[in-house]
Design a protein around this ligand. Structure first.
Ligand SMILES: Cc1cc2nc3c(=O)[nH]c(=O)nc-3n(C[C@H](O)[C@H](O)[C@H](O)COP(=O)(O)OP(=O)(O)OC[C@H]3O[C@@H](n4cnc5c(N)ncnc54)[C@H](O)[C@@H]3O)c2cc1C
Length: 494
């Protein structure tokens, strides 16, 4: 049932894309695109939860203040107020769509994470919040006859006179242009730009690159969040140990088994992520091992296993028993704060083009994202984009069959080597601690890679991902060079 025209095309089946599709009226013909299986996304991997100031001890003002504190003074207040004020409504709506949040004594169970002054993180199956969310939304989606799901790689946005009218997609040996009245980019993060990440390896910044090439405003790309506690291994995609483990009392220790966080920040292990990541980085520099330890032995055994069944199991698979062993952790790239600039309705600077989720920049996170605010931001702005589309769409489009055009893929270029080169470069020069010299080196090397790759017309997913990774890396490095003082996740060495 492949069609050429749709009312709305949504690129991405993470929480942002799925929720946007479900929030649109069933009268609209919607196409949902994903480059992998529908449930392969950063959303699926989310552990800790989704923030909402609904606890008895909590107030919306506290959540707003915590978000502003983490954001280093550059959060956009209206966007922050929007996610906080609309959190409860969206939690109810998710529940109505079949999402089962964990309960405690009949009430929604709430935990605490770094930077949050109150217990306000809702979770699913202990530490499998993303999986629970995605599975419930996908189940609901399959009931909707107005939504077509398709696995294809979106290459470019079709834009004329600053108005988006569709997307170009490729599959093996063929390509097609698909048109729609409204297009939503929900392509997620950029983790694979860095050699070590918690992200799904398909997170190559495609949506941000496509929007940039189409002329959209991109903002705050210098702010890349590293998660402080990621299981230390030699894998590229590393396993996250949720902040919620520290929220429940786990401590950080250096190789001498000393706690170091209380000396750095009065919030100790629950200081915002940029502070904890830099502190760990610093400890690692001054000790003989490339990691520090997460000590969860102080958490009651029963609680530990009930609250974190998946993390507990994964650590066991690595040979560590959280009840008695120290868990080796170090920081890894985790979240892209910047992205396609959007307004409070999810609209980009290009007419008819929307963005939501991690590929968007709403201004909520400022210079540093507060834990569990991203799933919240994704659902709040997906709903807002859907509402604006509903209000502004004109006539329903007539569906026509898709026309595929044959393409020949150029001979294989060595994209693996380029990918590795870029990942090493970004980790070294645009990572947790940066310098003007390092950023200029990265800029020069990226320019060389760009010259090589932009003239290579390989119409394969691999080559297009490299194109996108180079473009987004350039955006990160350029933005970092333009910000001459340290703030939040952008930290320049003295
Ligand atoms: C390990 C981990 C744990 C996390 N834990 C939490 C947490 O507890 N709380 C929280 O708030 N946040 C958490 N986050 C962050 C949060 O999960 C993400 O920011 C959020 O889920 C992003 O959702 P999204 O819908 O924007 O994108 P994703 O969920 O990443 O989905 C991206 C989609 O876009 C598709 N796509 C990408 N490029 C293309 C293309 N070129 N063509 C077609 N399709 C494309 C992909 O196939 C995929 O379907 C975590 C992230 C990770 C990695």
């Amino acid at each position: 049932m492949e069609k050429l025209h749709f009312d709305v095309i949504i690129i991405g089946t993470g929480v942002a894309g799925l929720y946007a599709a479900l929030e649109l009226p069933e009268t609209l013909r919607i196409l949902l695109l994903a480059k992998e299986e529908m449930d392969v996304s950063n959303s699926f991997l989310a552990q800790g939860g989704i923030a909402a100031a609904i606890g008895k001890q909590d107030k919306k003002e506290y959540h707003i203040q915590d978000t502003l504190n983490a954001g280093g003074g550059i959060c956009e207040i209206e966007a922050v107020e929007t996610i906080v004020n609309e959190a409860e409504k969206n939690i109810h709506e998710l529940h109505d769509l079949g999402v089962d949040f964990d309960l405690e004594s009949g009430e929604l169970a709430l935990t605490k994470e770094g930077g949050h002054s109150r217990f306000r993180i809702l979770h699913i199956d202990g530490d499998a919040t993303g999986k629970g969310l995605v599975q419930a939304l996908l189940l609901e989606l399959k009931k909707r006859t107005n939504i077509t799901m398709m696995r294809s790689f979106c290459k470019d946005l079709l834009v004329k006179d600053n108005t988006c009218y569709g997307v170009e997609i490729i599959e093996t040996n063929k390509k097609a242009n698909l048109c729609a009245q409204k297009i939503i980019v929900a392509t997620g993060g950029i983790g694979s730009l860095y050699g070590i990440t918690t992200n799904a390896l398909g997170a190559t910044g495609d949506g941000i690159a496509m929007a940039y090439l189409a002329g959209a405003t991109i903002k705050d790309m210098e702010f890349i969040q590293f998660h402080p506690t990621v299981y230390y291994s030699d894998e590229k995609r590393r396993f996250l140990i949720s902040e919620a483990v520290r929220g429940e009392g786990a401590l950080l220790r250096n190789e001498r088994m000393e706690r170091f966080m209380p000396l750095i920040d009065k919030r100790g292990e629950l200081a915002p992520r940029d502070i904890v990541s830099r502190a760990i980085n610093d400890q690692i520099k001054h000790q003989t091992i490339p990691y520090v330890y997460l000590d969860a032995t102080c958490i009651a055994e029963e609680h530990l296993m009930k609250r974190f069944p998946n993390i507990f199991q994964r650590c066991l698979e690595y040979g560590k028993d959280m009840r008695k062993d120290m868990i080796p952790v170090s920081p890894a790239q985790h979240y892209c704060i910047g992205g396609i600039r959007t307004d409070l309705k999810g609209r980009s600077s290009i007419h008819n083009l929307y963005a939501c989720g991690e590929s968007a920049c709403t201004g909520v996170h400022g210079a540093n994202r507060l834990a569990s605010n991203s799933l919240l931001e994704a659902v709040v702005f997906a709903k807002r984009a859907a509402k604006d589309i509903q209000e502004s769409i004109t006539a329903l489009i007539e569906l026509k069959d898709i026309v595929w055009e044959k393409i020949s893929v150029s001979p294989a270029h060595d994209y693996q080597a380029s990918r590795q080169l870029l990942q090493d470069l970004m980790l070294q020069d645009a990572g947790i601690v940066r310098s003007e010299k390092g950023l200029n080196t990265a800029k020069r090397k990226l320019q060389g890679m760009k010259r090589e790759w932009m003239q290579y017309d390989g119409l394969s997913r691999a080559s297009l991902e490299i194109r996108n990774m180079i473009l987004v890396s350039e955006l990160i490095v350029e933005s970092a060079l333009q910000r001459s003082t340290s703030v939040g996740t952008h930290y320049l060495e003295e």
